[in-house]
Every structure is written in structure tokens, then in C-alpha cells.
Design a protein around this ligand. Sequence first.
Ligand code: HSE
Length: 431
Amino acid sequence: MSKNCVNVGLIGFGTIGAGVVKLFSRSAELINRKSGVKVALKKICDIDIKKSRGIKVPKSMLTTKAADVLNDPEIDIVIELIGGYKPAYDFVMAAIKNKKHVVTANKALISKYWAELKSACMKNSVEIMAEASVGGGIPILRGIDKGLAANRIKKITGILNGTCNYILTRMSLEKMDFGAALKEAQKKGFAEADPTLDIEGYDAMHKIIVLSNLSFGANVREKDVYVRGIKDTNAVDILYADELGYVMKLLSVAELDDKGINVRVHPAFVEKSRLLASVNYEYNAVYVKGDAVGETMFYGKGAGEMPTASAVLSDVIYLARNISGEKKPRFKSAAGKGAAVRIKKLDDVRSKFYLRFSVADNAGVLASIAGILGKNNISIESVIQKARHAHEKVPVVIMTYEAREADMKRALKKIDSLEVVKQKTVFYRVV
Ligand code: HSE
């Protein structure tokens, strides 16, 4: 059945809910275009509808009664963002029974009731989507489910809790103490309402259960998972890890071999040379090994208002597209009506540059090079000049601040034409 407007109801107007409302309003045209149908946010429910969330919402849209969303026959998709088991479970089940599709970020609910929710959805011919439940803004569920569909997944290793990663990163890089780092994570909106879920490892456990059940078609339960959090972390062990060439990370691991899958969450020493070791602050990363693809890694912001809202709305767009019966290829409409994407010329691209000049070691040479750079709007960040040895030419290395390609091209042409410049200047863009 195709429709010309898809209506959405939101239950839970907290940090992520506010992000969803902001993104709905900021990207309305893009959401409609990608969905192939107008997508309207019709109602928002929360127990507190007075508090300011940094976005204006018409009063008529707000309600304190979930039933106003769940029983509204015009609402096609319910977004559940209250978290926890109760009353989220009842709301989601009621939505499904009322033939509404559901989008949720609720990892506790999804990890515990996945089979039950899926079967209720099948019975009622609706779908439940939960991209935001794992890895915040990282499209990891779709990545595994669609992108790696042809693989048998062998192993998943994830940094899946932004709060713990934020705490461990600040303890390690800034020698901050545990309590202060946790407070910062709470202020930034990464931590759960009850932060013990984060620091005791249960949030990461919910997420690795979701990933395991999706990737291995398993039915992993909480009792099957070994969990050790980071609440007892001593700064001394973080320092020893550093000295020994490691960093401490809270890892969530699910591994399949011929004996079955093992699922576990615990802090671990990770060698500094591993990609996972450089995943810092609220960033999450999920390493997935498939039998055909080999090793892959997904990386991005794993917590916070807008990254999580990004995942929620990607699910809404997916569902709206199905509801609308939109069949047009997405790539064609990517630019939008009347908004053809222009190709930007390399000349207009900006980056920092490394420049190595081979020059005669005479008075005033550096000044003339610097003068040409300056005239072309190129500002110098640092200069290295090595002492002269037996040769009459010396290398001079200059690092610049960001400069336009066209300016750099013009400046180098001029510099290379100077008599004191003995070889074509070597340059690299710095990223
Ligand atoms: N409390 C979670 C975290 C939020 O810190 O990762 C995202 O699920």
C-alpha cells in the first residue's frame, strides 16, 4: 500500500529524542526526498513536556500520554527512546499490535526480547529497527546484516561503550581521575541515566548480545556473557599499560569456533599498534571478521545526541521508503531538486603543506621564499634548516598552515624560478 505522507510518533524526549526532533526539522527536505514521501513528526510524548530541550515544538504536538501516540491511527512509525525494560516493552508491543513499525535505540530491550519482538512483528506485518541501539551513529547493524550478508561472521571485537572509552581515554591521555572523567561524560550526554550500566559493563553487554544475535543467528542471554566493567580501574594499571606498550580499553568480544560462540565484556590491554588502540574518547569501533571479506572495521561516534539521532532517522527513512513503496534508485535523487552538486576544482581545495626546498646557502634566501609564500596568502607554521655539510645547497623544510592549492601552485612556480633554488621543490599535502 503506498501513502503520500508517513506520520511518526516519538516516545521519549530526552537527549536523543531532542536530537531526533532537531534533525527532523533541520533535514526535513533530505528526509522526504530520501524516503520518497513526506515524513511528518506528528506527536511527541514524555512525562516532562515543560523542560526546554533547545528546540521549539508546537504545544499541540506534545503529550504526556503514550496512548496518544500508540492509539493514533494516523501514526505509522513509533520511535521509542525512553530506554530500559518497563514501560518501554509495553509501549513497543502495543505499537506493534496496533500495526505500527517501531524504531528504537533501546539495547536493553532489544538484547533481552529480540526473538519475541521479531515474532510479534511478523504476526502484525510490521518491522522493528534498532540501528541506534549499538554504536550510536555507526551503521553497524546494517553493515553486518546487508553489507556483510554473504559472510559467515567469525569474530566481533568492539569498543561499544562511549562513556567507558571516554573515561579510559581521559585517564590515560590526561591523567584525569575516574570520577571527574565520569562526570564529564555525564555532562556531555554520553552516559546512561544510571551510569552504573556503563561503568559496570552492562551497556556494552547489551550491545554485544545484539551484535551476536544478529551476526551468528544466536540466542545469547545475559547469563551467557562474562562481564567485568571498569569501575575498579586504578590509574596505576593504566600507567603500566602505557609503559609496556598497551592501552586499556573496555572490549566486547563475540567469537565463533567449532565449539560455539563465546561472548564477553572486560577491560583489556590492547597493543598500541592495533587500530582499536587509537579509538579514543566517545568514539566506538567494531572490528568484524567474516569468512569471505576477512577483517573489517567500523568506526564513529558511539554516543551523544546527534550521532544517535542520525541512526534513528536512518531507520525512519528506511521504513518510510518501504511504506511509500518508493522504487526509484536513491543515487539519482541524492542531489535534490534544483540543487545539483557542483564539482569543486582542486585549485579551491585547502590543506597544510610540507615543502622541501633545495637552496643555495646564501643570505636572504629564506626571506625571499617566505616573501613569495606570504604574497600568495600562505602562512608558515614551522621551518627547519639543517646545517650545511660539504655541499653548497641545503635543504630547507617548511610546514605551512592551510593554504589554497591555486595559491601554492603559483607560489611554487615563482620560487622554483629563483636562481638560488637548485632543484624543483618537493611538496606533500598534510592531512
Ligand atoms: N551510554 C552509552 C554509551 C550511550 O556511553 O556508549 C550509547 O549507547
